[in-house]
Design a protein around this ligand. Sequence first.
Ligand SMILES: CCCCCCCCC/C=C/C(=O)SCCNC(=O)CCNC(=O)[C@H](O)C(C)(C)COP(=O)(O)OP(=O)(O)OC[C@H]1O[C@@H](n2cnc3c(N)ncnc32)[C@H](O)[C@@H]1OP(=O)(O)O
Length: 210
Amino acid sequence: MHMQSPPVNSLSLDFLTELCISLEKLEMDKGCRGLIITSVLSNQPKVFSAGLDILEMYGKSPEHCGEFWKVVQEMWLKFYGSNMGSSPAGGCLLSLTCDYRIMADNPRYTIGLNETQLGIVAPFWFKETMVNTVGHRNTEVALQLGLLYKPAEALKIGLVDQLVPEDQVFTVASQTMTKWLTIPGNVSVITTKSTLNLLFSFQLWCFNLV
Ligand SMILES: CCCCCCCCC/C=C/C(=O)SCCNC(=O)CCNC(=O)[C@H](O)C(C)(C)COP(=O)(O)OP(=O)(O)OC[C@H]1O[C@@H](n2cnc3c(N)ncnc32)[C@H](O)[C@@H]1OP(=O)(O)O
């Protein structure tokens, strides 16, 4: 799936809605066993996603905010596999929801949950996804300081799984996907993934009841 929402693939209500509809279609497609998500911005090849669209959070009605927030959670519940350049905040979450992250090895790119730098708080399910990926201590430091990591640092703490030269990102992602798809059948993989996410999904469901 190629993301192409100029200038920086920010996650607006419209963009996220389209993303979720596309994912639902792929889920229903029995021939689809994996997804590689990448950015193909012609003017900004270095940005994976700038995160939530800041303009969606300012001066909007409570109804609009509720709708926006719901679709952000939908996105979190659905994702599979990714490759990328810069990924701040919601862009980082988008990649954290994937099974495997391949980042272009260019020190100009950064990834992380930088919400505190913006004076906002990363929701608990952003935080939990980060804890599940890099552990509690790394998350504690990363979230409180709102750190954005360069590729080598991100690899060191396990925030990304692999660094590759910029022009090889998609080739390596395809090779990696082929390897993951050698696991026979879909059911064992899907069940394992659901088991890993079960408690977390339940927590989010409870949170939405409150
Ligand atoms: C409801 C409940 C609430 C609940 C509230 C709780 C929410 C908590 C969770 C929050 C999660 C988030 O994701 S909050 C969003 C956090 N995102 C960020 O901090 C990213 C900020 N952006 C960047 O760091 C950079 O733009 C980056 C992506 C690396 C690209 O840098 P570049 O130098 O290449 O490009 P720039 O010149 O900066 O940006 C190009 C244009 O894109 C715009 N732009 C950049 N990021 C944008 C963004 N996130 N949303 C909109 N527009 C953005 C800029 O304003 C520019 O617009 P023009 O000037 O018009 O050209």
